[in-house]
Design a protein around this ligand. Structure first.
Ligand code: NAG
Ligand code: NAG
Ligand code: NAG
Ligand code: NAG
Ligand code: NAG
Length: 482
């Protein structure tokens, strides 16, 4: 009885996409495909990405998953397996940002990626091929793109001309710091000519998306694994002229704590949706970095120019057949109405809806408890709206170094979340830094009883401190209607 109920729940709730959540594949393992790409083939979506484990964050090969709906993912192992002693795909190599494209001429799937040594001294593009989309892929070669360097790698296929293009930043050297759009030959094997160079913007992680009348190039700044404000350029033609760049998400959200890398176009029966496939890198534990997938909105300025933006949803449902994105509404519970204990307190904060925020959340005794939280009796997504002001560092750092608390990299506070006093089931909530006065949300899947629940938030050790971030509210999402 219990397992049937659980199975039903798993089936009906499978379609939600929860940016920043812990995503599991159909075998129950954490989804492990970083800096990935998604290819639609014959009605199935295929996700390729860097496979990372705690012991091996680079050179782990390329994982592949399949999905009918972009929300349930079946693992198919490694599409590209590292080969010991190999010059380019050994476990000691960098095998990053894979992109997969069909080659009509060779009747094979081609995988291209950023191929490098551990010191990022080669700056090459790799090519591997397979007759089946899920692989296994066989290494062909690693080359310089028309004699240049190549670091963060992307690939774009024009849906009108069906031509494909290599996108790459040419690295961090002073002579470089460009991003290139370069055309492939008809077999999507070799590069033929540079279509555009974005000169000296010093950007990386490029991706291009296309509407009926525009091309948008999205790229991030270079701040390592710390997220920043991703920018977009617009043009009528891939060769330009390209517009000035601008932020795609509200300033200071650091693109909702994510980095660009890929976009997926879903041409549905009712709408065409462009999905931003971003990475929420966690430099403290790269192997468990999360994913920020969100719909991009294409608006028009007063002068009639198309403009792209990123739209936040805690939870949404994307119908891949119709192309329609449906935001899911939850029920909010405010810290202003919650019980604070120990040194936790409400502090004036004009940037929240209630004018206060709960601060001083730490350890097991300085907590905030939300009472009367209505549950459906099962696992539900709950979003925690928080502020983490560690971004400017503490006074002991000359000039205030970002993300340092007491001299150590922090990047995130960690809260412990306990439902109905079940202390043995404490859940770990990572709360990455925001700016001061910027409230972002982080999701957790919690087991709620039917009826009223108590959700208690304390602070867990993050390597430096036991403080949780400041809390504005929580939002509880329904299990999906059948
Ligand atoms: C497409 O899917 C159908 C149904 O699963 C299958 O019979 C067919 O072989 C597939 N075609 C290709 C090209 O993979
Ligand atoms: C390589 O990159 C440098 C710096 O961007 C540029 O000046 C040069 O023209 C590029 N060479 C080729 C062949 O693309
Ligand atoms: C691509 O370039 C390689 C050399 O780097 C060459 O051996 C190969 O024939 C080329 N392929 C095509 C389709 O031109
Ligand atoms: C969610 O809430 C908004 C604002 O109250 C409302 O306009 C919208 O229709 C709701 N959406 C759903 C799917 O219930
Ligand atoms: C909180 O309680 C747990 C056990 O419930 C314990 O392991 C942990 O050390 C406590 N943390 C603090 C900061 O006291």
């Amino acid at each position: 009885m219990l397992s049937i109920a659980f199975l039903l729940f798993a089936l009906v709730s499978a379609k939600y996409i929860i940016p920043g959540g812990r995503w599991y594949d159909t075998s129950g393992s954490i989804l492990n495909a970083h800096a990935g790409c998604i290819v639609l083939s014959n009605g199935t979506f295929w996700l390729f990405g860097e496979y990372k484990t705690q012991g091996q964050i680079e050179g782990g090969g390329i994982a592949v998953y399949s999905s009918p709906d972009l929300a349930t993912w079946t693992p198919h192992g490694l599409a590209l397996t590292p080969v010991a002693g190999h010059s380019y795909i050994s476990p000691e190599n960098i095998i990053q940002r894979p992109k997969v494209v069909w080659s009509e001429e060779s009747r094979k799937w081609h995988m291209h990626w950023h191929a490098d040594n551990a010191a990022y001294g080669l700056l090459l593009q790799g090519l591997a091929e397979s007759s089946r989309i899920q692989g296994p892929y066989t290494f062909v070669r690693a080359t310089t793109p028309l004699g240049n360097w190549s670091q963060d790698f992307g690939l774009f296929t024009d849906y009108k001309s069906h031509k494909s293009y290599s996108l790459y930043s040419n690295g961090d050297r002073k002579e470089a710091r460009d991003v290139y759009i370069t055309a492939y030959d008809n077999s999507n094997s070799n590069l033929t000519s540079i279509v555009h160079r974005f000169p000296k913007y010093d950007l990386e992680a490029p991706t291009v998306l296309q509407t009926d009348s525009s091309y948008f190039a999205l790229m991030s700044h270079k701040t390592g694994y710390r997220p920043n404000n991703v920018v977009a350029f617009r043009a009528d033609h891939l060769s330009g002229p390209w517009s000035q760049p601008y932020f795609i998400a509200p300033p200071y959200t650091r693109t909702y704590n994510s980095q660009s890398g890929f976009t997926l176009r879903i041409a549905g029966t009712q709408a065409t949706t462009h999905l931003y496939i971003g990475d929420q890198w966690d430099s403290n534990s790269l192997w468990e970095s999360r994913y920020i997938w969100l719909p991009l909105t294409i608006g028009t300025t007063a002068s009639g120019t198309e403009r792209v933006g990123l739209e936040w949803h805690d939870v949404y449902d994307l119908d891949v057949r119709t192309g329609v994105v449906r935001g899911v509404n939850g029920t909010a519970y405010y810290a202003a109405d919650a019980e604070v204990a120990g040194d936790a307190e409400l502090q004036e904060a004009t940037f929240t809806a209630t004018g206060v925020i709960a601060t001083g959340i730490a350890g097991n005794s300085s907590t905030v408890t939300f009472g009367g939280v209505q549950g459906s009796g099962g696992e539900q997504w709950v979003s925690f709206y928080y502020q983490n002001t560690d971004d400017m560092g503490f006074g002991d750092q000359p000039g205030g170094s970002p993300d340092r608390v007491g001299g150590a990299w922090a990047l995130r506070r960690i809260s412990g979340v306990v439902v109905n006093g079940r202390g043995e089931e404490v859940q770990t909530l990572y709360q990455r830094d925001t700016h001061k006065g910027v409230v972002l949300s982080a999701p957790l899947k919690l087991r709620l009883e039917k009826g009223a629940n108590r959700i208690t938030v304390g602070g867990l050790w993050n390597g430096v401190d036991v403080k949780g971030a400041d809390l504005d509210r929580i939002v509880v999402y329904p299990v999906e209607e059948g």
